[in-house]
Design a protein around this ligand. Structure first.
Ligand code: SF4
Length: 160
C-alpha cells in the first residue's frame, strides 16, 4: 500500500538526517547503493538495504532497517513474521508450501529492501531464506559481533 504524502515526507526527512544515507548514486540510497552494507548504530550491528529512498519511503510495507521511522515503521511486525516463517521452515526441512512462499515474497523485500525474486526456483528460495536468516541474526539487541553461521538447507524443494 502507498503511504499518504505527509508520511512519505516524514520518512524522507528522517533519512536525510541519517548518517547512513548515501548520495553516491543519482538518487539517495539507504547505505551502499543496491547492495547495502553493515553499519554500527547505538552499539548494535545492522545491515542497510541499499534501496532508493524515493521509492522505499512510499510503501507502507517497507521499513527502516534501523527502526528510525517511528510511527511510520512496520518493521517489528515484519520481523516477527519473518522469525515465525523461518521457524516453520526449519520444522519442515527441505519443503516450502505455496502460502509460505507467498509470505516470503512479501517479507523479503520489506526487510532486505530488494525486489523479491522468490519464485518456485529452489536456489532462489534458498538464497532468500539464507539472506533473511543473516539479516535477522543482526537484529537481537544483545547480540554483537559476527552473526552465527546460517544453517544450509541444500535440499529445499517447493510444494504447491
Ligand atoms: S531507511 Fe533508515 S537507515 Fe536507511 S537511510 Fe533511512 S533512516 Fe537511515
Amino acid at each position: 500500500m502507498i503511504l499518504d504524502k505527509p508520511a512519505q515526507v516524514e520518512r524522507m526527512q528522517i533519512c536525510r538526517n541519517c548518517k547512513f544515507v548515501d548520495y553516491s548514486a543519482k538518487r539517495p540510497t539507504c547505505g551502499k547503493p543496491i547492495i547495502g552494507n553493515i553499519v554500527e548504530y547505538e552499539g548494535n550491528k545492522y545491515r542497510t538495504c541499499g534501496c532508493f529512498l524515493d521509492v522505499k519511503t512510499k510503501f507502507s510495507a517497507s521499513a527502516c532497517p534501523l527502526g528510525k521511522w517511528g510511527n511510520y515503521k512496520s518493521e517489528k511486525d515484519t520481523l516477527d513474521q519473518a522469525r515465525e516463517l523461518l521457524e516453520r521452515l526449519k520444522a519442515t526441512p527441505g519443503r516450502i508450501t505455496q502460502a509460505q512462499r507467498q509470505q516470503l515474497n512479501k517479507i523479503y523485500p520489506a526487510l532486505i529492501g530488494r525486489k523479491s525474486n522468490v519464485s518456485q526456483c529452489p536456489p532462489c528460495i534458498r538464497t532468500a531464506v539464507k539472506e533473511l536468516e543473516e539479516y535477522l541474526s543482526y537484529r537481537p539487541k544483545a547480540k554483537r559481533g559476527r552473526p552465527p553461521k546460517t544453517q544450509k538447507n541444500e535440499n529445499l524443494k517447493t510444494e504447491n
